[in-house]
Design a protein around this ligand. Structure first.
Ligand SMILES: Nc1ncnc2c1ncn2[C@@H]1O[C@H](COP(=O)(O)OP(=O)(O)OP(=O)(O)O)[C@@H](O)[C@H]1O
Ligand SMILES: Nc1ccn([C@H]2C[C@H](O)[C@@H](COP(=O)(O)O)O2)c(=O)n1
Length: 226
């Protein structure tokens, strides 16, 4: 069973690279950010913003997340929220959940359960987020911190949202990426690699080269285990 843990800031390429790496290896894929987003969506729907009330919402909810890299989906109380959790409202309010320690503990427990079940079932899993290499799965077989210069990440996200990274679209995206990283940095540490974690700087490499670099680190770890 192989667990690959990938952390990094917003827009660095964690989700897209992790999914492709999972596909190529026949592994499961877990987007932990989608879990924080789904619970934030739930709290927004219910008008819950008091940190003391957030954990109760999570404990009582019926939650499903697909770990198939070919088909990503998220359901909360039987509602498909795969698209809604990517809304600007959820993106700017996700900290109502991610900044609450009890809520994090609850989600981390769920993430660890999924990691053991799926890695046993599929032979491996690629898990991405902000605290996977350090808190959720510090014993993972391969631990990677993906980085890229902030302007490069903003351009990538602008290209994704607006089709192309024009001066206007970059400005519109700047606040989203930079503000979220600043807020997220208050609860998780994803800008410098912890001891034993590989740093993969993707500033000057494209998507395929990033995937190849992760595949190389997995091969390296496999070689070491033989
Ligand atoms: N090395 C790369 N070079 C160029 N573009 C890339 C690279 N890696 C990913 N991308 C593109 O950058 C965009 C953002 O990637 P992705 O959504 O995977 O980032 P993320 O780290 O998961 O972000 P978030 O945490 O905000 O969800 C996507 O359009 C993706 O295809
Ligand atoms: N392990 C994680 C994953 C995500 N978060 C928070 C921080 C992000 O702003 C938010 C959404 O994640 P994204 O979709 O951008 O990967 O969830 C976290 O605190 N810990």
């Amino acid at each position: 069973m192989t667990v690959i843990a990938i952390d990094g800031p917003s827009g660095v390429g964690k989700s897209s690279v992790s999914r492709e790496v999972a596909r190529r290896n026949g592994f499961g894929y877990l987007d932990t950010g989608a879990m924080y987003r789904a619970m934030a969506w739930l709290c927004l729907q219910r008008g819950v913003s008091d940190p003391g009330d957030v954990v109760e919402q999570i404990r009582g909810v019926d939650f499903e997340i697909s770990t198939d890299p070919e088909h990503v989906s998220v359901e909360v109380d039987g509602i498909d929220v795969t698209t809604d959790i990517r809304s600007e409202d959820v993106s700017t309010n996700v900290q109502i959940v991610s900044s609450v320690p009890d809520a994090r503990e609850e989600l981390i427990g769920m993430q660890r359960d999924i990691i053991s079940r799926v890695s046993a079932d599929k032979g491996g899993i690629v898990v991405e987020g902000r605290d996977i290499t350090t808190v959720v799965a510090p014993d993972a077989d391969v631990r990677i911190l993906m980085t890229a210069r902030e302007d490069v990440r903003i351009a990538r996200r602008a290209g994704e949202i607006h089709g192309e990274a024009t001066e206007e679209s970059v400005e519109a995206t700047r606040a989203q990426v930079a503000d979220r990283d600043r807020k997220d940095s208050a609860t998780t540490s994803f800008l410098t690699a912890a001891e034993g974690v590989h740093t993969l700087d993707t500033t000057h490499i494209d998507f395929d080269e990033s995937v190849e670099a992760v595949m190389g680190l997995i091969d390296q770890a496999d070689g070491g285990n033989k």
